[in-house]
Design a protein around this ligand. Structure first.
Ligand code: FAD
Length: 531
């Protein structure tokens, strides 16, 4: 096997894909000086904090991730390994604290070039600094860390805000057709992608788990199925979709694939553009499908540019609101025991599937915070963060800030009704009957407010309210009025705080996104092969 040039290591964290993966392309191809790459070590480090069972957690999974997301990640890794093998390589799975494991590999395998996708999340930023400071810089390891998780580089957009005109997206990378061989791994503890059982999850029995399987192959199939329906793409208009559609969801369900980078958002964007070119008319951002991807970049940018984005205190774009700390109400919400079937069914879908429609997320986030329970948005954020299969630091925090009227959106008088909102879409309550089978025989007149059903009806439906299914934890009328009053008071107080400059920035950024789209400026496209 004649190879020359420096050894490279491709560090997979997200970007679990072969298509449009510039870090992998660089690691595989010519080195910076034009020579041939040596061996290529494709590495994924299993972080036990992220993956291993935490018996004290409120549901199956680790301390940081629910079982559905762990399974999705493992499936994505198996698929990645399979694709790498087809290209003459394989995924090297190691276990331990990621920075320590990685530095050990860099040393042992004499790596001269380290490639990984740039990540703006604080967790990865800290990890990257550690790897650079503790070893790579001093050892002269070349680092190639391109932006490919988002359409644009959040740092460029922020620079543009500050008056530096450098807002552009880089071209798509080509799909790789060959990879250099994996070098000698010495005595490093390499394994295959672990199974759930090998991670210690053997005893867990779930009565229904997520129907969405992980991996680039499924992502591309799902993408193709979505974009093949050109009319659907052209007419896509959010928030008009039906949040209760669960057999055939009203949106793409590509979020978990974007989260792990099984699907490139840039490729997704390009595919939507292709469809739009070939139809007579189509919807526009912010409501179109393309607009959804711009929202994604919007939240990444604001998150990157806002210190303490994931908390209320010290976060200059967050209203300061005296939220309640109420563990009883929080647990009722988390465990789908609020007594409002629409809210509880959504929370069951979160536990079982790890995915819900956007408006369903709106309903439960509003209910927990400014709508009814007045519980701190950070508490709800934590539960979503752990249970969603698409759990994404920037998007999740951004949307919780939004839904709690802490930032971006301030019309706190507009509250989602926990009874009539769902009924508009699903008068028969099929969604509730599926996720809350205890209510499956409740007549449709009462399914959204079962506590109003006469006892004879409850008996006939085999569901006595207060015994088989909880009574409502609050009266929506009273609680929502109370919330509006508290929000009004908090907003008055916030006027006295000096946060106005950052809110102007925010408005400016939103306007720029819209202008940018209207001018038709788009990421450059170079079609990846073999898709
Ligand atoms: P589609 O409508 O098909 O949109 C395509 C893609 O656009 C999505 O996959 C997603 O990447 C992006 N997108 C869509 N809506 C938004 C949005 N509002 N903000 C940013 N990007 C968007 N989305 C996550 O990916 N991860 C999260 O952790 C997350 N947490 C949320 C928490 C709350 C309280 C709320 C209200 C929303 C949250 N969202 C989150 C945003 C949104 O609900 C999901 O992205 C969307 O429902 C995913 O379904 P989809 O892929 O079918 O979306």
């Amino acid at each position: 096997m004649a190879v020359c040039g420096p050894n490279s290591l491709m560090w997979f964290r997200k970007s679990l894909r072969i298509h449009d993966n510039p870090a992998l392309e660089y690691a595989a191809a010519t080195n910076g000086g034009g020579g041939q790459s040596g061996c290529l070590y494709p590495v994924f480090v299993v972080d036990p904090h992220y993956m291993e069972p935490d018996p004290t957690a409120f549901s199956a999974g680790s301390g940081r991730a629910g079982l559905n997301r762990i399974r999705f990640l493992l499936e994505s890794l198996v698929d990645l390994d399979c694709s790498l093998r087809k290209l003459g390589s394989r995924l090297l799975v190691l276990k331990g604290e990621p920075a320590e494991v990685l530095i050990r590999c860099l040393k042992k395998w004499d790596i001269k070039r380290l490639c990984f996708e740039h990540d703006t999340e604080p967790y990865y930023q800290a990890l990257d600094i550690k790897v650079k400071q503790d070893y790579a810089s001093a050892a002269g390891v070349e680092i190639f860390s391109p932006v490919s998780h988002t359409l644009f580089n959040p740092a460029d957009i922020i620079q543009k805000l500050a008056g530096h005109p450098s807002w552009a997206s880089s071209p798509l990378s080509t799909t790789i057709s060959w990879l250099p061989p994996v070098g000698n791994v010495g005595n490093s503890k390499i394994s295959n992608v672990p199974t759930l059982k090998e991670l210690g999850y053997e005893d867990i029995i779930q009565d229904e788990s997520t129907p969405f399987r992980g991996g680039e192959s499924v992502a591309l199939e799902r993408l193709r199925a979505a974009i093949n329906d050109k009319e659907w793409v052209a007419k896509f208009e959010k928030p008009k979709g039906n949040p209760s559609a669960f057999l055939k969801p009203a949106t793409t369900v590509l979020s978990p694939y974007l989260k792990f980078g099984c699907l490139s958002s840039r490729y997704f964007y390009q595919c939507i553009q292709e469809v739009q070119k070939n139809v007579k008319s189509h919807t526009l951002p912010p409501v179109s499908l393309l607009g959804q991807l711009l929202w994604r970049d919007f939240f990444y940018t604001v998150a990157y540019g806002t210190p303490h984005f994931d908390q209320m205190e010290g976060n200059r774009i967050s209203k300061q609101i005296p939220w309640n700390v109420d563990d009883r109400l929080l647990a009722a919400w988390r465990d789908a025991r609020t007594g409002f079937p629409w809210i509880d069914a959504i929370m069951v879908q979160l536990h079982k599937w790890g995915w819900m429609h956007h408006l369903a997320r709106h309903s439960v986030a509003c209910f927990l915070t400014r709508g009814d329970l007045f519980v701190h948005w950070e508490k709800g954020r934590d539960i979503f963060e752990r249970l969603l299969i698409d759990s994404d630091w920037a998007i999740n925090n951004g949307n919780w800030l939004w839904l709690s009227c802490s930032s971006f959106f301030y019309q706190y008088n507009r509250i989602y009704s926990p009874t009539s909102f769902g009924k508009k879409y699903d008068p028969n309550g099929d969604y509730i009957r599926h996720f809350l089978p205890i209510l499956k025989d409740m007549p449709k007149e009462y399914i959204y407010e079962p506590w109003t059903a006469p006892l004879s009806i409850q008996t006939k439906a085999n569901c006595i309210i207060g015994r088989d299914y909880p009574k409502p934890v609050v009266s929506h009328d009273t609680a929502s009025k109370d919330c509006k009053r508290k929000l009004a008071e908090a907003y008055e107080l916030n006027k006295k705080l000096n946060g106005s400059v950052s809110e102007q920035d925010l408005k400016f950024l939103r306007r720029k996104f819209e202008e940018y789209q209207q001018k038709g400026q788009q990421p450059e496209s170079k079609k990846p092969k073999n898709l």
